[in-house]
Design a protein around this ligand. Structure first.
Ligand SMILES: [Zn+2]
Length: 136
């Protein structure tokens, strides 16, 4: 009985952890998730590029045959190109999202007020101006 519960939990955890990776990553991303994903992509890029460098070194040392090297080299370069493309797409995606989010935030705060001292926009609940520190 315990084993069944454990297996059920294990399966649930696996699905929970695995699902985000199965989704189409560049389409279903919210603005807050982007920095993490970008970081992942940047480190993937670093990895691929350092693998490429190691491969070229091994090839020059005669550890890899020309045919193998050509294949590997082509694969890794394609991979690097894909990662770089994803990074670019994500950066574009981010800026669009940020603007949308900013507009939405602005519309959602009809009670938006401004600092009497410097004119900086403030939230109704703010006690001090975030820009000049004047008490509101
Ligand atoms: Zn102010």
């Amino acid at each position: 009985m315990n084993e069944i519960v454990f297996l059920g939990l294990f399966a649930a955890t696996a699905i929970y952890v695995g699902l985000p990776f199965l989704k189409n990553q560049s389409q279903n991303i919210t603005a807050t998730e982007v920095p993490g994903k970008l970081y992942e992509l940047e480190s993937d890029k670093e990895n691929v590029i350092s693998t490429l460098k190691e491969m070229e070194f091994d090839y020059q040392m005669g550890k890899i045959s020309t045919t193998d090297f050509d294949d590997l080299n082509q694969n890794y370069r394609r991979k690097a190109a894909q990662i770089i493309q994803s990074i670019e797409e994500m950066k574009n995606h981010t800026s669009d999202n940020d603007i949308e989010a900013e507009i939405r935030r602005y519309r959602q705060t009809p009670n938006r007020r401004f600092c009497i001292n410097c004119g900086t926009a403030r939230q109704q609940e703010d006690k001090f101006c975030s820009n000049c520190g004047a008490s509101l």
